[in-house]
Ligand binder design. Structure first.
Ligand code: SF4
Length: 365
């Protein structure tokens, strides 16, 4: 079925608006109202225009259109799946690793992703933006710790702030001698590319610290011409970009979709950085894959694209223990290999090539 471009004039926030624009079925409205009462809904005009209403499996719709499956929480799912609270010494700060902190400035986003790991914390009616006192307290915390080299602005989406406010925050952070890197995690360049104005780009560049931008996108179709233009404006201004994606069932859990996404990032001069395994956020089981499937996809990806296109496949360990790369591994100690007899485990390894063939290292003399 051909795609219907029905770009609405404004962001859709109510299930009834989704129905009116053909993005949800009328019969689902009562369930979607229940979902929306619990988790924020927002679909920007740019994202709405990407959805094919005739495709029940549309990978963009799966990310942003609410579903009754979100009402079902599975055992092990948790309102704070990666343990932000356990590592929050003052309001707005998450200090999990010694040399870097998360600085959560706002709790709103341009769009609300149905798999969001902070879905219990973001959106209207959840936490509010930091008060001036809390903001100053967070800055004091960073100032007092010389080991903090990198500050990661996240939320919510920091690019929902005005260029003026963002510029003030960047200046406050860059004035701290030991803060050398300011990294901004955002979905705005794909969800609302027009926000990346010349003023916004100017606000992101600051003397005294290097700005990096991490773009969150999960399907190649999100990288429209407008989104690519927004990213190019930042990169051309000297702001390097990396990607982060979430492995999502029905969105990018096949190697062709992952390959297209990673190639699109690299074409945009965005280095693939993280492919996250889906977090145990409540009501998101229908969007998660298994770790085994994720590892197989990473093996398949390595067979098809260059190292430039390879992200790290990572799991945020529940409870706040940080990220772990979860493979696959291509190296193991070998005690024996068919046809090779007994080997010395101290000196011989099995190493798997990109085709899946096994070799010994060092090779047999
Ligand atoms: S943009 Fe990020 S913080 Fe906002 S809903 Fe999506 S995943 Fe969550």
């Amino acid at each position: 079925m051909s795609r219907i471009n029905l770009k609405p004039a404004a962001t859709l926030r109510e299930p009834a608006e989704l129905v009116a624009h053909g993005l949800a079925a009328l019969a689902d409205l009562p369930d979607l109202e229940k979902v929306a009462a619990r988790y924020a809904v927002a679909v920007t005009p740019d994202i709405a225009a990407l959805i094919d209403p005739g495709d029940p499996e549309d990978p963009i719709a799966r990310q942003f259109i609410p579903s009754a499956e979100e009402l079902v929480a599975q055992p092990g799912e948790n309102a704070d799946p990666i343990g932000d609270h356990a590592h929050s010494p003052v309001a707005g700060i998450v200090h999990r690793y010694p040399d870097r902190v998360l600085f959560k400035l706002v709790h709103v986003c341009a769009v609300y992703c149905r798999f969001c790991f902070r879905r219990e914390m973001v959106g209207p009616g959840k936490a509010t933006a930091l008060s001036p006192d809390a903001y100053n307290g967070a800055l004091d915390y960073i100032r007092a710790r010389s080991e903090i080299w990198e500050v990661i602005l996240t939320g919510g989406d920091p690019l929902m702030l005005s260029p003026r406010r963002l510029g003030e925050i960047m200046a406050d952070l860059a004035a701290i001698d030991h803060v050398r890197i300011i990294r901004i995690h955002t979905r705005v360049p794909v969800a609302d590319p027009a926000r990346i104005s010349a003023e916004m780009v100017a606000a992101l560049r600051i003397e005294g610290a290097a700005t990096w931008v991490a773009l969150h996108a999960n399907h190649a179709r999100e990288l429209t011409g407008s989104a690519r233009g927004a990213c190019a404006a930042m990169i051309d201004a000297g702001i390097p970009m990396v990607s982060q994606s979430v492995l999502l069932r029905g969105v990018n859990d096949n190697v062709a979709a992952l390959e297209a996404l990673m190639r699109a990032f690299v074409e945009c001069r965005i280095k693939p950085y993280y492919l996250h395994h889906g977090d145990l956020a409540p009501g998101t089981a229908h969007l998660r894959t298994t770790l085994e499937h994720g590892q197989q996809l990473m093996r398949d990806l390595r067979g098809r694209v260059s190292g430039l296109c390879q992200p790290d496949y990572v799991l945020d360990i529940p409870g706040g223990y940080g990220k772990a790369p979860v493979g696959p591994s291509y190296l193991s100690q070998a005690s024996s290999l068919p046809g090779e007899g007994e080997l010395d485990p101290e000196t011989r390894y099995r190493v798997v090539d990109y085709c899946g063939d096994v070799h010994l290292y060092p090779p047999k003399p």
